[in-house]
Structure formats: C-alpha cells, structure tokens
Write a protein that binds this ligand. Sequence first.
Ligand code: KG4
Ligand code: ZN
Length: 344
Amino acid sequence: MPTILAIESSCDETAAAVVCDRHILSNVVSSQIATHALYGGVVPEIAARQHVETINLAIAQAHRESGKTWAEIDGIAVTTAPGLIGALMVGVTAAKTLAMLHKKPLIAVHHLEGHICSALLADPTLEPPFLCLLVSGGHSSIILVKDYTDYQVMGKTRDDAAGEAFDKVARLLGLGYPGGPAIDKIAIAGNPKAYKLPQGRIADFPYDSSFSGLKTAVLRLTQKLSPNGEPLPIADIAASFQEAVAAALSTRTIKCAIAHNLSTIVAVGGVAANSVLRSRLVSMAADHDLRAVFPPLSLCTDNAAMIGCAGAIHLARGETSPMSIATRSRLNLEDCQSLYRQGA
Ligand code: KG4
Ligand code: ZN
C-alpha cells in the first residue's frame, strides 16, 4: 500500500495531496478560478505564474496535514500530460526537485487516468472492468477500463468537450466563468422541456458526440427569442441545454455499458458534478440493474488526490518514470504506458 505525495497543475487548480493507496490523507486545492473569471476563461500564462506562487505552499500544507514524515512517503506522483505546458512544467519541476531531494521514485501520471482514479477514491472496492464517462473542460469520452492502466476509448467528442459547451453557452447567456456550475444553478428555476435542442448524435458512431451544433442551436435560439435585445428566458434556455447534454451523455454511456456487458458505470471529471447528469445516470443505471459510482463533487474537478491514487497503482506495479520525463500538451490515454521506464 504505497503512500504517495501527488501534485497537479495541468490547468487552473494548484493542487497537492497525500494518499495511501485509495485513501486520502490530505487534499489541498488552490483554485485560480476567480482570477481567470475576469478574462472569461483560463489564460495559460497567468495560470503558470499563479502555480509558481502557490505550489510550494500547497505541497507544504498537504504534507503537514497528512501527518506523514518524508521517510513514510514512498513516491512523488505528478501530472505530466496532457495540459497547458507552462502550467504542467511548474508541477513537474516541483515533483522532480522533491524526488531528487528526498530520494523518492518519480511517477508521471496522465491527467485523464487521474480523473478515472477519482472513482476508486470514491469507492475503494471498485474493480475493473467498468465503463467510465469522463467529462471535463477539455475532454468528453466514454472509456472502457479493462484493467488498471488498460483503457479503450469507446466514444469521444468530435469537436467541443462537454465542459467547453457548458462554458461557451454560459458565456452566451451572460452567466460568467466557469459555465457549468452557473448553468447548473440557474437551470433549477427553468423548464428543461421549454426548448428542444439537438443531442449531437453522429451517424454510425453511437458513442461519439458533437457539441458544437448544440452550442450553435443555443445561439440561434437566443437570436430568435431576442432579435432586438429583449430579455431572454435564461433559466429555461439553461435548463433545456443542460437537459440535452445530460440526456445525450447518459443515454450513450448506458447503451455502451449494456452492449459490452459491463455491470458498473462511473462518471468523472468536472461535468460529472452536474446535478441533472448525475440524477439521470443514477435512474437509468437503476432501470438497467447497473451500478453507478460518482466521486464527491470535490473530486470531480481537478485535484491531486486522484493523481496520487493513479501514482499508487503504478508504483505498486513497479512502474516509475525517469527524471528526464517531459511535459506534453497532448497524449492519448491509451499511450499512458509511455510515461514509465520501458521494461519496468
Ligand atoms: O475536470 P475539470 O475541473 O478540468 C478539466 O480537466 O477540464 O473540469 C472543468 C469543467 C469546466 O468546463 C466546468 O464548467 C465544468 O467542468 N463543470 C460543470 C459543473 N461543475 C464544473 N459542468 C456542468 N455542471 C457542473 N455542476
Ligand atoms: Zn481535469
């Protein structure tokens, strides 16, 4: 049961955590959202600079709150890909420094594998195979988790990620950044059946999605409803948009699970915090006798505990990364084994 100190800095959260196997000992997340909200989205250069200012404090706090000595820490895990290069480099530099200083193995982690592992933190009894709906600001995929670290992408978005669609529609409705939580909140007062919006199906690819058409449909709707700047029924539009995304993602996930004989589905990533998506998945899973697992809201968005959980799995398998490991803005999840010493 390895104890791992983990660091995550791939986007706009500076995060550090200590986990023992699948159990969280400390979990520190310093969010930059308030700063980026001023610009309506994440500004990469500002993200990197803020990580520099915060990372040492986050690591020190996570270490202190874990109650573990350095001697009790078995490895340092860090997100090395995918993400914003400048942001990733801050976390990776900190992790390499700690690994060298305290003579610990370095374990590079793929950010999406981290998100998948957030489900293991939510339910430590969870075992593969299971189907994972991974929906965040940058990704929107349905992934077959065949074994730990063995993934097959069954469906993906052809254009915008689900979170990106939430953020763009929220901007269109004047709801600010990040859009997901804002839409989730205002939609409570709206009618999800007020407007019928497209669910972004792709012919012959039942598990793929396209969210850019949905975003354009919302734009057209707002132009039609308010040709001369009349006030918009924002709650109804938000609820109808959220309904379309939740119905699209939950239907595709459940269909895929049934087609591949999987009895467990999990939903992870920032958009998995969405209240309507969660309740839709829970009720559809129950209808089909499937088990549904979700991380708590705090583990849906970016955090280092999920990176630590992935790091513990790799370290237990003897998989560690060379000090020369580089950051990468893109890396397919299926290629995450390339992060470890070959022949390990
Ligand atoms: O996983 P995450 O923190 O970062 C990435 O790796 O991208 O996801 C952030 C995304 C944002 O697009 C945000 O709008 C969305 O997750 N999000 C939500 C909710 N909370 C966060 N989307 C819908 N409903 C929510 N409640
Ligand atoms: Zn993420």
